[in-house]
Design a binder for this molecule. Structure first.
Ligand code: GLN
Length: 285
């Protein structure tokens, strides 16, 4: 069985994602004992709707969300992307600019600047930490990685989060798109359009809760440094990783590190999903 994973290759760090996907898939084949050896990953750069239609899953990389959205619009890709994420509900992961595009609402957006794909019922605040020069690296504790050790990156060790003009999730919105009360009235805010065929009822039935998968504690943010080890209790902080059903988003750039753990985790989920589909179609048939 093939699982075809696309990386949107209009602008930004798509090559870096493809590189880590390749490494992560090799790692899974060699080291994950219960992985099905008849599952093969195929990776593609995606620039057209035709190519997108071949994909089972997609990554939208970091870069510049306004540019990615403008090029996507010019390439007639925005609507196919919305269908992919919100109607076909195929697994999609956005990093940094990709997270912005997958949000249902985004702040600090100039009029006519950018259109969203949507899929995550959240409002992101763009450039939350300031300008390019205020970029930073922070050691993150990401509980969903606790079980994953890839040798070089030990299980449970901190994940180096690279934040470059990064967004954060500043609000989790009610489930029902099209009824995001007040979002469309906010200044400098853009919201994702309701998909015609999606319909409010369909969305209500399909929607899952937004899960917070990672926080950047305040003390790390303020210091702009690595977390000091072990002292103090876990504090609330900025939301920098979320998942809602098929859609996953991170504020930071795993693709700019050599750490494959998040890519391994995400590919393993695609494998599980493929196996579930296979079993359910066997049961149906
Ligand atoms: N701030 C950028 C934007 O709005 C995202 C930055 C990034 O992807 N590193 O698109």
């Amino acid at each position: 069985m093939n699982i075809t994973v696309g990386v949107l290759a209009l602008q930004g760090a798509f090559r870096e994602h493809l590189h880590l996907l390749q490494r992560a898939s090799e790692y899974i084949l060699k080291n994950v004992l219960d992985a099905r050896l008849d599952i093969t990953f195929v990776f593609h750069e995606i620039r057209t709707a035709e190519k997108l239609s071949l994909c089972d899953a997609l990554i939208i990389p970091g870069g510049e969300s306004t540019t990615i959205s403008l090029v996507a619009a010019r390439s007639n890709l925005l609507e196919p992307l919305r269908d992919f994420v919100k109607l076909q509900r195929k697994p999609t992961w956005g990093t940094c600019a990709g997270l912005i595009l997958l949000a249902e609402s985004a702040n600090r957006t100039k009029q006519g600047g950018q259109e969203l794909i949507g899929g995550l019922d959240v409002r992101v605040n763009r450039n939350h930490f300031g300008r390019q020069v205020e970029s930073f690296v922070a050691d993150l504790d990401l509980p969903f990685l606790h079980g994953i050790s890839t040798g070089t990156d030990g299980a449970g060790s901190a994940f180096q989060g690279i934040f470059i003009r990064a967004p954060v999730v500043e609000r989790i919105l009610p489930h029902v798109q099209g009824e995001q009360k007040g979002e469309e009235q906010r200044q400098d805010t853009v919201i994702a359009p309701l998909r015609q065929a999606e319909g409010v009822e369909a969305r209500r039935a399909l929607s899952k809760d937004v899960e917070v998968l990672g926080l950047l504690p305040d003390r790390i943010k303020k210091a702009g440094l690595k977390a000091s080890s072990g002292e103090g209790e876990a504090e609330a902080g900025d939301i920098i990783a979320v998942r809602q059903g098929n859609v996953f988003g991170t504020s930071f750039h795993p693709e700019l590190t050599g750490d494959i753990r998040i890519h391994v985790w995400w590919l393993r989920q695609l494998m599980q999903r493929a196996e579930e589909f296979e079993n359910s179609s066997l049961a149906d048939g």
